[in-house]
Design a protein around this ligand. Sequence first.
Ligand SMILES: Nc1ncnc2c1ncn2[C@@H]1O[C@H](COP(=O)(O)OP(=O)(O)OP(=O)(O)O)[C@@H](O)[C@H]1O
Ligand SMILES: [Mg+2]
Length: 359
Amino acid sequence: MLYAVELVNLSKAYGTFRAVENISLQIKDGEFFSILGPSGCGKTTTLRLIAGFESPTSGEIYLHGQAVSETPAFQRPINTVFQNYALFPHMTVAQNVAFGLEMQRLPRKEIDLRVREALAMVRMSERANSRPAQLSGGQQQRVALARALVNRPAVLLLDEPLGALDLKLRKAMQFELKQIQQEIGITFIYVTHDQEEALTMSDRIAVMGHGHVLQCATPEEIYERPQSRYVADFIGETNFLEGELVNANGVAEVMLEPSLSIAAAPSERALADGARVTVAIRPEKITLSATNGDPSALRGSVREAVYIGTDMRYVVQLGERTQVVARVQNLGASRDQRFRRGDTVYVTWVLENARVLVD
Ligand SMILES: Nc1ncnc2c1ncn2[C@@H]1O[C@H](COP(=O)(O)OP(=O)(O)OP(=O)(O)O)[C@@H](O)[C@H]1O
Ligand SMILES: [Mg+2]
């Protein structure tokens, strides 16, 4: 299969500092692919390598099967939308979008056609004659997108394109961008440090840390089955319970304290009894009950009960020094249905939601 973009053992060092280290990724045609990670992990560097603004220290980049190391940025079928999308303030929307094509000295008719097409794609046809100052932040962002789309790139790179927008507009634009991408079917490589944004928009996500790709999978896979503590910690909230593996074969039993053992799904890695492991459980996967109906339930005591609108967030004490956070959806308006500080609760989870991590 020919991938839209393929990175093979790609590295970029600045002096002795390794900004990107040995990354291999395969991005399919028409895919909405996100690169997610904290500040400084190498996201922008990776995009700049793909675009051709930087050359790799080692490794290769293929665009539709073609090695592009020797291809200058302007000859790659790629365009980039940056966070600071500075439009020319003295030009109209249409002139901003036409600018790049005019630099290429394309015929006027062709330019007009392509500008109309690009503005239609981002639903800004009606505002062709407005100036940037007359537009909202989201509309300006759409013009920036049209300015990239007008070149008809095979791949569009977007580096935190919604970073400058307020939360509400950001949410609306996430939806819009995803819709536009689906309509035009161009491959998007989308950089963000916002995990929720990556989860809601992407077909697949590569989670980066310290220049490495730590996991590359669908949003569901990344959230439900993080392969490392780093990934589990970066995406959403997680309880990490450290202990000793007592029964490595079959259902994993992990001893957290001398008098407190918990059950977890069997580890995918072969582990021996006695191994130090971490069990990761999402707060919303923990069930609390006032009565002891399940023999495997752990008895606990509510330490904190915080009302957060959609959910209640409880901190539950188990054993001597183990605490877990549980999130329970607020189904009824009645206070009686919630637990209070000091209540005894019985804690259970579905086995597969408690995952044994090694690092
Ligand atoms: N030209 C350069 N010279 C030296 N170091 C650089 C250069 N460009 C980037 N770096 C370093 O490489 C690392 C990765 O930078 P990069 O811009 O890729 O991070 P990022 O993941 O995009 O972060 P952010 O979310 O803050 O934008 C950083 O530590 C940065 O300081
Ligand atoms: Mg960056």
